[in-house]
Design a protein around this ligand. Sequence first.
Ligand code: ATP
Ligand code: MG
Length: 183
Amino acid sequence: MRFTRLRLNGFKSFVDPTDLVISQGLTGVVGPNGCGKSNLLEALRWVMGENRPTAMRGGGMEDVIFAGAATRPARNHAEVSLVIDNAERTAPAGFNDADQLEITRRITRDVGSAYKVGSKDVRARDVQMLFADAATGAHSPALVRQGQISELINAKPKARRRILEDAAGIAGLYQRRHEAELR
Ligand code: ATP
Ligand code: MG
């Protein structure tokens, strides 16, 4: 599973439609303070099903919607799409019938979030399970947040173990076991 495109519309400071091509290899985001680097990484986590407002540096989930600026009114919704190259067919069963997957999450004020894979409506949980494996999960250490390195260094042993389990790919298994127990 390789990310190839990220599209944003009305998400935080990305008020205008923005289409980013993600090339193979390591991707770095550079730019002056406040230009939206962290917002980009948050968009990536968000479309993968992140549901903790604190992980988006907000007080509520609707804080990801463009809040308006001196010259532009606030938006009513925000949308992020992530395109994944699935040529190697490594996506989980149920999502594995195409060379390319496009996952879209849209949030509307007073309504909440809706998810799609391709043109099909899916549940939040379907998207979260699609990304449950360590290499790509919303909480994955593959996405290194600002300040996270010093957190790791200062973490207590139990918290550090959790990070290592994520890196080893065990976290997705825990989530699947939890799902199985709920059924
Ligand atoms: P730094 O280099 O300081 O870490 P950065 O490039 O990571 O900066 P971000 O934190 O991604 O910058 O972007 C911050 C900008 O996003 C601020 O100008 C903030 O006002 C804007 N922003 C955040 N949420 C919203 C929102 N809901 N609506 C409009 N703008 C927003
Ligand atoms: Mg930042």
